[in-house]
Each structure stands twice: as C-alpha cells, then as structure tokens.
Design a protein around this ligand. Sequence first.
Ligand code: PMP
Length: 366
Amino acid sequence: MRNTATPERLIRQEILALHAYHVPPSSGMIKLDAMENPYPLPQSLREELAQVVASAAINRYPDAGAAQLKERIRSVTDLPFGMDVLLGNGSDEIIQLLALAVAKPGAVLLSIEPSFVMYKMIAAFTGMKYVGVPLTEDFSLDLPAMLGAIKREQPALVFLAYPNNPTGNLFDADAIKRIIEAAPGLVVVDEAYYAFASDSFIPHLARYDNLLVMRTFSKLGMAGLRLGFLAGSKTWLGQLEKLRLPYNVGVLPQLVAEMLLAQHEVLLGHAAQIKRDRQWLYERLVGTVDVYAFPSAANFILFRVTHATQVFEGLKQRGVLIKNLNGGHPALVDCLRVTVGTPEQNEQFMAALQESIHQTFRDHHA
Ligand code: PMP
C-alpha cells in the first residue's frame, strides 16, 4: 500500500510557505556579506587555541551549565548586580527559545521593518503571530505607530535590534524606553553589533522588569563558534533555562570562547579598527555618484544605488560578495549592504563598485 505521508499533508502550512534562509556560495570571493570580523587571530593566540583544543575532553558532554564561560561573559560584559546570562548556539537559537516559551495560541511577536529576518521566520516556526511595524523613511522608530501597535496587539515579545540590521542605525534610546514601558510583555534589545556601537541597554536591565538584552559573539570574531547570550533577571532566565537543550553549546565553543574572551581586548582592537574603516568606507560611498549611503553604528553599511541588482551581480563577477536586499522589503528597494572588511578589502570593494556602476550605466544607456 502506498504511504500517504507527504510533506504537504504532514508539515504545518506556515512552514510549507517559508523559504529556507539562503546562504550563497562564497568560495574564493572577497566575503563582505555576513558581518564577519575579517581578521584572523594573532599567531600567539592560534597556538594557545591549538593547545586548548588538543586537551579538550571531547569524549565527554559539555558542562551543561557552562559555568566558567558564563563567569567570563559576566566579567567582560559588566552586567548589573543580580543579572544572569543564558547561552545559545548563536543568538538565533535564543530568539527561538524566547518565542517557544511564550507561543501560547494567538501570542504576538512584534518587531520593526525592515529588520533581522529571523524574528519573522521564528514567529512562523513557533506558530506565533508576527506583526512588523514599518520604520520611518530615514529608518528611525515610528514611536506613535509602535505604541499604537503595542496597544492593539498586546505582544508577548518585542524584538528591537540596536543597532538595527540591515539599516545599521541606532534608534533613539528614549523611544526604546517608552516602548519598554508601554509593552505588556517582554522587550528584547538585540545588541548583535554592540562592539561597533556607542550605546547599550545592559546598564538599564535592573530598571525594567520586562527588558532582556541579547548579544552574540559572531560579529566580534567568533561567527564559526556559534555563541550568543541573553542577559536579564533570574526570574526570566530561570524559566527559559527549562527550554534550553542541555548541551546546546559544545565543549569546543565553550573552551575556545572562554580563552578568546580572556583576550577580549584583541577582539575589541579589531572592532576599533573596523569602526575607523567604517568611517573611511562611508565617506567613499557618500562621495560616489549614484550612491546614497545610510549612516551606520554597526560593522556594515547599507546603501542605495540605481539598478542595485545589476550592480550587485557586477560586484560578484569581480569577485566581491555583498548582500543584495533589493526585492525583499519595499523600504529596501535598490539597497545593498556591505560588511566593513580589512582596509585592503574595502579598497577592492570600492574599485569593483565603481566599475560595476559604470558598467551598469553603460548597459542602460547603450
Ligand atoms: N541579531 C541580529 C540583529 C543579527 O543581525 C544577527 C546575525 N545576522 C543575529 C542576531 C544572529 O546572530 P548569531 O546567530 O550568529 O548569533
């Protein structure tokens, strides 16, 4: 007898309707698409790392509580008194865990648009209703619209990326405070790009019972380790811990992250360099005909360019991979996003961009 099990019959409608998160091939390219730290570790640290890995007990399950790593995170993060951390396999996993915890029937996950696409995707994974409130034209928070949506939708969970991806800007901190005060549920300030920004909500954790701050070490130079954390009161984290799979952060990520965080200043040094180079790149983009660049507090810059998809393809042909946001959200028409690389990569990108823009112009005016 033929089995009746087909994906269409078995899989939830909202999952069937999704497209998988697309990661394009990048082998051999100058990779400026995913906000990674472009710098390899110094030789001395690599040797230390080799030793740490060589002596790791990979035959054993990891320390489920990751006590040492958490202690290190607490000390480099300057957590206010009484606050705790929960670790995730990347901050993506933490978004999922938060959504799973509050996904009662009809529960709402509210965020802004455009922002990090995983908030919306994870709402679908967990059966939550997603509400996206548009940013203003210059990508600021639309506070009246946010407060209106909060009143109407009563969201269980609000995500605000600070700085925001893909727009790169920091929102007005007072507007965020108003949102936290108005929200009937949790507000998660997602500080994935904290190392490149001038402000943080960590110091405000003790002031708001419904505030949690999420960070990742991906952008600081550990994207390959997959490690993020959520900071907040034990009241919340204690509940969320029940949902965390016991061994979600492996032995090697725990040991390597702990070792690297002991050398936090090396990675912060990279971040400081990236911030200087962001300024260089921003000025070059602003000075390029046909380009409008948005100010950034992160390690990437969003810019608008005529015939963006063609310019993006031209960059790819010249060996430079950035992110094409054209065709996604209506507010991102003709927008591309470039991660700040090494000074050499930034120059190669600018040269390829100029060539690609000229080529595109010629093609359209031939
Ligand atoms: N939050 C934001 C705003 C992001 O841009 C990203 C990655 N692009 C993440 C969270 C997830 O990062 P990770 O899973 O690598 O920790």
